[in-house]
Design a protein around this ligand. Sequence first.
Ligand code: SF4
Ligand code: SF4
Length: 443
Amino acid sequence: MKGLKTFSIGGVHPPGRKYLTDRKEIINAVIPGTFVVPMSQHLGAPSECLVSVGDKVSEGMLIGKSSGFISSNIHSPVPGTVKEIKDIYLPNGMLSKAVVIELEGEFDRLGKEQDAEDWKSFSKEDLLGIIAESGIVGLGGATFPANVKFMVPKGKKVEFLVINGVECEPYLTADHRLMLERADMILEGIRIIAAIVEPERIAIGIEINKPDAIEAMEKAAEKAAFPLEVVPLKIKYPQGDEKQLLKAVTGREVPSGALPIEIGCVVSNVGTVHAVYEAVVLKKPLIERVLTVTGGGIKEPKNLKARIGTPISSLIEECGGFSEVPEKVVVGGPMMGFTIYDLDTPVTKGTSGILALTSKEVKNAARTSCISCGRCVNACPMGLNPTTLFKFIDHGEYDEAEKIGLMDCKECGSCGFICPARIPLIQGMRLGKKMLRKKKVKA
Ligand code: SF4
Ligand code: SF4
């Protein structure tokens, strides 16, 4: 469709495959007997564990305390007893301390009607305090603490509050369903954030493969006479990235290494906005999230509201199990997600989806040599040269890779997706960035 807004540089069009779940209502996931709650579920320092083996915990009780400016609180998803505290590997390969909770006792919130908080008289500081206390982080995958994001530095003004309803990763439909089913709550969440950051304009970007979500948000805004600009966007990956979304919606570019506030913008994903609503209005900490369990290898794909710490195996079982032995199981979307090898890996705040992909869905062609076709260069939304970056990283020349913009790489996977030689470009970028960070810490 001509005339639709989008970002200007690069981008790819992977097959969406959202039809597996985009008409399936969000349902509450079954509550298993054991939960594993990692203390690293956010960008920044791990939370300080507040419980010991044998302790009784209640639903929503603080069990991990934010340990720095960029860190976050963690709450018990269920009532129970702490059975073990152990180290586990997260899907991204990071090691984290985790609290193992065995379900036991009464739920404080589950199944009980909650009185809505009249938050309108709260100060900005009160609202930021509630968001911080509730452990809200960016649920789009970045997991940056939301209270820090909404803290506008002195001297800065927010011209645009941009809500991210793009969900451009193939297969995932959790945000889509949230906008359809909970548009009024998202709108209330937007009001809360707007009361904190005081933007001049508020917009939500939604790709046109979700016409019903565009309509739902338009109707909710109209009904409430709320000045929300609903911006339909052309379908292009990775439009859900903050920088690409801002370019598409506002036409503004975030400079290299800068944050959106530098260009007068604050961005928040619809899942995060919904969590802000629940924290402020329903006084509920972040103990569950909506995610999509899908892929050709899942018998009955679903959108589930699952408690943090639920083992992924329990959600797969709830979806009827595997329809065939999957080629791989991925946490997140197929472009930016991580393959896992242990199905007892728990759901964390950043888990937007669980995919069981069959061999038909995974491109298994053998890797060959680079044919210098330049497709990866054309696909990169950050204007980088992925093939040259990969060559430097492959030779251990990390400083050279940094000089040509490695740290600007968003790990979006567009280059690897388009590469005919099946070169593992995104894995290379991740390795290069990790090595650079290690080198800097050492220095
Ligand atoms: S993964 Fe990095 S280098 Fe590759 S296309 Fe995305 S931003 Fe560019
Ligand atoms: S897309 Fe693949 S084959 Fe083409 S230049 Fe990039 S790395 Fe080389």
